[in-house]
Design a protein around this ligand. Structure first.
Ligand SMILES: Cc1cc2nc3c(=O)[nH]c(=O)nc-3n(C[C@H](O)[C@H](O)[C@H](O)COP(=O)(O)O)c2cc1C
Length: 207
């Protein structure tokens, strides 16, 4: 197994915040991961305090937060709206690297959701109307009927963004960079802040 060089703050020379390092790691992952370098596991908690987790695609990252798109009426949508907090983890096998993020969640602007929805393939736009994400589905045929109905409804027209299909942003309070090292003596570098308007503190954790 490949063990990239040890991770130290000198890997992030100018980083007083985690966004530059994340961008650098994502850029490397895009060249080395065979598929979906932007796939994240998104963790939420339901109204009973039961954790839940699933993959989604990370569509934006930077000082404004970590952004993904989904159906706000889905299980995750209800959990995000109910708790207002989430965590994500991303693992790049090809680089033996992990990044963990935690923080409050809020919807992105309607204009941002519109822009991203508009960039999607028409089939995916139709699917966003046809799928009542996370609700019971009798069989595949029921879904196909819904797809056909939506296709007919918007034939020859642009498919508008469903109001329930939106982006969310995790505004990070905690971002941890993890780099595998031999004998499980991994490197962990953490950027954390007490509140979104406070400055970042950097620290290291035992593996
Ligand atoms: C690689 C991958 C990427 C995915 N991307 C998304 C996504 O961006 N948005 C989304 O709503 N679901 C995405 N899904 C499906 C979710 O994992 C999940 O099945 C769905 O959102 C319903 O989750 P929920 O019932 O917890 O709300 C993706 C699944 C995989 C495996």
């Amino acid at each position: 197994m490949k063990h990239p060089a040890g991770l130290t703050f000198s890997d992030f020379p100018d980083a007083a915040e985690p966004f530059g390092p994340f961008e650098a790691w994502m850029a490397e992952a895009k060249t080395s991961e065979p598929r979906d370098p932007d796939a994240i596991a998104l963790a939420t908690v339901d109204a009973d305090g039961m954790p839940n987790v699933r993959m989604v695609l990370l569509k934006g990252w930077g000082p404004e937060g970590f952004i993904f798109y989904t159906n706000r009426e889905s299980a995750k949508g209800r959990e995000l709206e109910g708790q207002g907090k989430a965590a994500l983890v991303i693992y790049w096998k090809s680089l033996s690297r992990q990044v963990r993020v935690r923080g409050p969640v809020s919807p992105v602007t309607s204009a941002q959701s519109d822009a991203y929805f508009g960039s999607r393939a028409r089939g995916a736009q139709v699917g966003a109307w046809a799928s009542q994400q996370s609700r019971p589905l009798k069989n595949r045929e029921e879904l196909q009927v819904a797809v056909t109905r939506v296709e007919a409804q918007y034939e020859g027209k642009e498919v508008p963004r469903p109001p329930h299909w939106i982006g969310y942003r995790i505004a990070p309070l905690y971002v941890e960079f993890w780099q595998e090292q031999p004998f499980r003596l991994h490197d962990r570098v953490v950027f954390s802040r007490a509140a979104l308007d406070r400055s970042w503190t950097r620290s290291r954790l035992y593996p």
